[in-house]
Every structure is written in structure tokens, then in C-alpha cells.
Design a protein around this ligand. Structure first.
Ligand code: DGL
Length: 279
């Protein structure tokens, strides 16, 4: 990538299949409050997690094309499903730097484990891609990686079923095998799962360390942006002025705003609708 010609005042683009990527936006906003951001949530076509690789790849390319049109300087793919299933094949086709959530989450888990047994939970597509296990085994082939799809977690979170008895029942059922095999580290390999952190900790116990791949990828993006020529010039001002935040979605904004406010812990207003089929 030619960073010397990049406009450092350009926004950072973040995309996800819907609202979930806001958990990543929230993390990175704390680290880079002076940057401008464009968030795209593909709420009209969410969820991606149960779809085929072909469709997920097509959607991911359109999401990236939209962000490129916004003239972003760096792209974060916050969606685990897109990061695991589409990005490895298409990343090389772009000049702009695109970071996914899998590698940072995998690296953090490998660093964390003491007993070499790591659990990974995610959507069906993420688990079927085997992307987390592949990255981990590339670092250490001796690791034992146990992967499990938990498809009911996404709708539970979107419906606000965060700490209800039904959520505990389903989570206990899903996670029992992870307890049985004795993992000491569990990767939350889906944008929505950090919202179930308390439920998962109650079930797995305090001795199992949870890795939030969204948080890890925000940290990795921070490192990449601050160590390259990409950082916004306002970052060197003290105090630095706050950047702009624009939200775009592929369905009516009202559908997005209430769930988004819960994810971000604040009111979300300036949301515009995009016809993503044009890209
Ligand atoms: N954002 C997706 C992920 O992180 C979860 C929702 C979906 O299935 O689209 O995998």
C-alpha cells in the first residue's frame, strides 16, 4: 500500500453484517477519538452467519466497495463471519489495508493459554471456515483447538435477551462440551458475544479467560494506524478535537438505531440509508 499519498484526514471505515460491529467501533473510538469514522452495517441482509461462502464473499466485496467510495484510508472488517470466510481470499485484491478480526483474536488466545486447550465459538460460517484454528496452529501446531457454532446467541442478543433464564439455558447447553474438554481460554468469535460475557463467565467459571476478538482487532488497528503514516494530524494536538462519526445502513435506519444505541450505550442518530445492491 502506498501510504505516502494517503489523505491522513480521511475516515477509517468499519463494516459488519449489521449492528454487531459497533462493539468494535466502541473499542476503537476509545483509542482513536480524534479520527473520523464511517460505519457500514448491512442490516438489510443480516445475518451472514448461516450463509454460503459464495454469498458472504459477494456481500463482503460490496461492503468494501461502498467504503472505498467513501474514500476511507483504512478498513476494519468487524464481522467474524466475513473475516473468516471471505477476507482471506479477497484481501489481496485491494490497495487499501483491510484488517479482519480473526488473526488478532487468534494471536491473543495463543498468548493467553497455559494448558494449550483453546475454545472458539462463533457463527456456523466462522466455525466451518476453521480460520481461527488455522491461525492458531500456524503459530503452534501442538495446540488443541475446540470449535463450536452457537447460532442462537446472535438473535438472543439482538432481542435483548442478555441475562435471561432462556439465555442461560441455551448457553449452558452449548458450552458444556467446552467445560468437559477443560479449555482455559475461550475466543468470543462473533461480534455479538461480548454482550454475553457475564453469562459465559458464570457458566465457564473465572478460570477460563475470555478473548474478545473485536477488542483485539481494535488494539491491532490502533497499532497499525499509529505506527504508519495514516494517523490523523489532529492526533498530535493536545487536547485533540473529536472526529466525525457517520453511520450507513442497508435498510431503514429506525431498525438499526434502537439496537445500535444498546450496543454503543448512547443515542445513535446520524444514520443514512444506502442501496448496497448498487456496489
Ligand atoms: N457479525 C457476525 C459475526 O461476527 C454475526 C451476525 C451475523 O451472522 O451476521 O460473525
Amino acid at each position: 500500500m502506498n501510504t505516502t499519498t494517503t489523505d491522513r484526514t480521511a475516515p477509517i471505515g468499519i463494516f459488519d453484517s449489521g449492528v454487531g460491529g459497533l462493539t468494535v467501533l466502541k473499542e476503537i473510538l476509545e483509542l482513536l477519538p480524534f479520527e473520523n469514522f464511517v460505519y457500514f452495517g448491512d442490516v438489510g441482509r443480516t445475518p451472514y452467519g448461516g450463509r454460503s461462502k459464495e454469498i458472504i464473499t459477494q456481500f463482503t466485496k460490496q461492503d468494501i466497495a461502498f467504503l472505498n467510495e467513501q474514500k476511507v484510508k483504512f478498513i476494519i472488517c468487524a464481522c467474524n463471519t466475513a473475516s473468516s470466510t471471505a477476507l482471506p481470499d479477497i484481501c489481496k485484491d485491494y490497495d487499501i489495508e483491510i484488517i479482519g478480526v480473526i488473526e488478532p483474536g487468534a494471536k491473543a488466545a495463543v498468548k493467553q493459554t497455559q494448558n494449550g486447550k483453546i475454545g472458539v465459538i462463533g457463527t456456523n460460517a466462522t466455525i466451518n471456515s476453521n480460520a481461527y484454528a488455522s491461525y492458531m496452529h500456524a503459530i503452534d501446531p501442538k495446540l488443541k483447538v475446540f470449535s463450536l457454532a452457537c447460532p442462537l446467541f446472535v438473535p438472543l442478543v439482538e432481542e435483548g435477551y442478555i441475562d435471561k433464564e432462556a439465555t442461560y439455558l441455551i448457553a449452558r447447553d452449548y458450552l458444556q462440551t467446552m467445560k468437559d474438554v477443560g479449555i482455559d481460554t475461550l475466543v468470543l468469535g462473533c461480534t455479538h458475544y461480548p454482550l454475553l460475557r457475564n453469562v459465559i463467565t458464570d457458566i465457564m467459571g473465572d478460570s477460563v479467560r475470555l478473548i474478545d476478538s473485536g477488542e483485539e482487532s481494535a488494539n491491532e488497528s490502533f497499532r497499525r494506524i499509529t505506527t504508519t503514516e495514516l494517523i490523523h494530524p489532529n492526533g498530535s494536538q493536545v487536547p485533540s478535537p473529536e472526529g466525525d462519526l457517520k453511520y450507513f445502513v442497508s435498510d431503514v435506519p429506525e431498525k438499526f438505531s434502537s439496537v445500535a444505541s444498546r450496543f454503543m450505550g448512547r443515542e445513535i442518530n446520524n444514520i443514512a440509508r444506502v442501496d448496497i445492491s448498487k456496489y
